[in-house]
Structure formats: C-alpha cells, structure tokens
Design a protein around this ligand. Structure first.
Ligand code: DI6
Ligand code: FE
Length: 400
C-alpha cells in the first residue's frame, strides 16, 4: 500500500475559493495517500479507521499548497551586475539593450557556458526557491538564440527536475531577442521556428513564449511562432506590454494563451480580451522594481473582468535578479496593490493555471501532495513580512 500520512491541527489555506479569499479551514487535517491528497477536513472528523496512520501535528501552523514560480529564467550564464551600476547612473533598460548589453550579453555568456556549469548554477537558484516552499518552477530558454544553445538550456531545465524534488515546466523562448548578426524576420523564420521544432521533437517543450516589445519582436513576428506552436499543439504565453503597449496581450488572447506576463501597459480592453480567453495575467514586480518603472499593471481592470492574476519572480540576471518568490508576493502587494490573499492565490492556484496545470495549486482531494507548512498564524504574514522565511516543512509528492 502507498505511504500514508496525516497532517493534523493545521490552519489550511486551501486557496480553492473563487471569492478572492484564502479558503481557510481552522484545525484542519490532510490525509496524504502516496503522492496525492486523499482527504481534507477538520481534525475532529478524521476517520477512526485511520487510527494506525502516521501523524504529523502541525500545532496550528499554516498549511498551503507548495508555491509555484510560474515565470523564471534561472538557466543562464554570467551575470549583469555592471548593468545595475549603469542603471543607477541613469541608463534605461532600452539604452543598455541598444548598446549591446541586456539580453544579448547574457546570450554570449550562456553560449560560452557548458551544460554542467549551467546546471550547477541553476541548481543553486533552484535550492533557494525550494527553501522558500516552492515546488513547481517554470524555466524558459531564450538566452541561446541559436539551435544548439536553446536546446542546451532546455536540457538543463529538464535535468533540474531530475536532480531536485521539484517539478519543472519548460517554455521555449526562442523569440526573446534579436541576435546581433541577424534581422528579426529572418531570425524568426530560419532559427527560432526550426529550433522550436527540434526542441519539441526532443520532448523539451511544455509551452511556447515570446517577447513582444519594441526592443524585441512585433505582434506579426510573434504570431508566426504561435502558428507553429498551434501546429505542434503546444500552449502559448507571452511577455507582453512590459515597456509599451504594442498589442501583445490581445495577440496572446487571440491565441488562447495560458498567460500574458508583465502587462504593466495593458489597458481595460486588453483585460477584457484576456478574460474572454481565460488568459492569466502574470505580474512580475521584480522587473518593475529593478527597472525603476512607474506604470503599474491594470489590477483594477483585471479584477473587474475576472482575469486571474499570478505572481512570479521573473528571476533573470538583468531586469529581475530576484531570487525570492516570497519577496515577489510582498512587492505585488506593496507596489501593485494586490491583497495578501490575491498574492497567495497568485503563487498557487493562479500560477498553476498560468502553466496549464490542474493537479496542483489548491489543497483538495485528488491533487498532488505538494504542500508547504509555515510557522505563521495569519496567512497575510506570508506577504506582509519580507526578508523572512517562515517555512517549517515542505512535502513534495507526499514526502518531506
Ligand atoms: N522580459 C524579462 O523580464 C526578461 N525577458 C524579457 O523579455 C528579461 C531578460 C533579461 O533582461 O535578461
Ligand atoms: Fe521574463
């Protein structure tokens, strides 16, 4: 029989409510049956037939689903600390990109770094996310911009999931930046799309992403990548309206995207289109903060139209060197006005949805037994405190 375990006397934030709350259950209990949740209820209602099952007394601590970081670039070579210094003296992200820094400088470093080194660096980042109760990490390619390096990045991403107790979801982000020696259109047709086909045939791609922006690709170029994704039956998502509004969110909605990410410059019409398509708005306050942005995402419109909001680190060496999903939650509240309940739903239920996952993100029977136990009395503390990690225990596939 599969391993069974009862967690008792927990304050459970199941985040299964659709009303924007935590779905709180006081003095709750969860039966873990193998790698799944078998039952959730009050501790007093535990079936007496489970008398012999091993128990963990949570002693009133908060139990949530594991956190899900649904947007990262944790596989990359090099660092961009120098750009941080340049921004402090007034250079913008676009200035730095146009001067040959930015994404393409990480491309050079990633091409030059071997697979083993990329993996060991990515594992350090993975470990710090795991230490904060993260159990699912989305990892993008996009610092290769050539076939070999895009595939290398995605193989490293898959290897993280074999090396650590964490679930890795990959996104092919070939349309991330235009390489130095090519124009955008020929790059899309002769490198990006063939690399996507090759990566897909190796089973390396869970979703297809792009960067729709003045310094990257326009909507028509992204549409060609999305057409290929559709042909391959892969879901899509998009970096959209981060620095300007050039129609990315609407394009994402037209293609039924899982998510449109950043979306600071999205407007009410974009929100309506995203709601109609079931596209999640992934908010990335780390990039907003790092780039000294002032335009905040249209959170009120997302609420009004019922667009689910997720929160992620966007962990990357340039625009968001943020290695803490808990801090991203705090920033989403303080900088974007999310409630702590929205921030928690944003790193659990809605983050799962942004990745197309339906077996995690809530504490409910049948879901994966991927859970986090926190030494806090009120779930709002997870977002309120920063620089504080209250994780007590993490269960992945039912095991600590
Ligand atoms: N937007 C982002 O936040 C990352 N990629 C993107 O298109 C940033 C990547 C970087 O600056 O290296
Ligand atoms: Fe990103």
């Amino acid at each position: 029989m599969a391993d069974r375990l009862l967690i008792t006397h927990a304050s459970i934030a199941g985040v299964g409510e659709l009303d924007g709350g935590y779905g709180l259950l006081h003095d709750g209990a969860v039966l873990i049956d193998g790698d799944r949740i078998g039952w959730v209820g009050h501790t007093r209602d535990i079936d007496p037939a489970l008398g012999g099952v091993r128990r963990v007394d949570a002693d009133g601590c908060l139990l949530t689903p594991v956190l899900i970081d649904c947007h990262t670039h944790i596989v990359h070579g090099g660092n961009r600390a120098r750009e941080f210094e340049m921004r402090l003296t007034g250079a913008s992200y676009e200035d730095i990109a146009r001067a040959g820094g930015g994404i393409v400088s990480t491309v050079t470093a990633t091409r030059e770094t071997d697979e083993a080194t990329l993996l060991s660096e990515a594992l350090k980042r993975t470990d710090s996310l795991i230490a904060e109760g993260v159990g699912v990490i989305e990892v993008k390619s996009g610092y290769g911009l050539d076939l070999d390096t895009e595939l290398k990045m995605l193989r490293v991403a898959r290897a993280i999931g074999r090396a650590r107790p964490v679930r890795i979801i990959t996104s092919f982000l070939g349309a991330h930046a235009v390489p130095r020696d090519m124009d955008a259109d020929s790059y899309i047709d002769t490198v990006c799309i063939p690399a996507l086909e090759a990566a897909h045939s190796e089973g390396l791609v869970d979703a297809v992403d792009g960067f729709c922006e003045g310094i990257a690709f326009d909507a028509a170029q992204i549409a060609r990548v999305f057409d290929k994704a559709r042909q391959l039956e892969l879901p899509v998502k998009l970096h959209a309206e981060q620095l300007s509004n050039i129609g990315g969110a609407r394009l994402a909605a037209e293609y039924g995207a899982l998510s449109a990410d950043h979306v600071e410059y999205a407007d009410a019409k974009d929100a309506a289109a995203m709601a109609g398509a079931g596209t999640v708005a992934v908010l990335l306050p780390g990039a907003f903060y790092t780039l000294h942005e002032t335009q905040t995402p249209p959170v009120e419109s997302f609420r009004e139209y019922g667009v689910p909001m997720a929160v992620a680190t966007d962990w990357n060496p340039g625009s968001s060197p943020l290695g803490s999903l808990l801090l991203a939650m705090n920033m989403a509240c303080t900088l974007f006005g999310l409630t702590p309940a929205e921030a928690l739903a944003g790193t659990t239920r809605n983050a799962a949805r942004a990745l197309g996952l339906d077996d995690c993100g809530v504490v409910a029977p049948g879901m994966r037994a991927d859970l986090a136990l926190w030494d806090v009395g009120d779930p709002a503390e997870l977002s309120c405190c920063f620089g504080v990690n209250a994780l007590k225990a993490r269960f992945f596939g039912g095991r600590t």
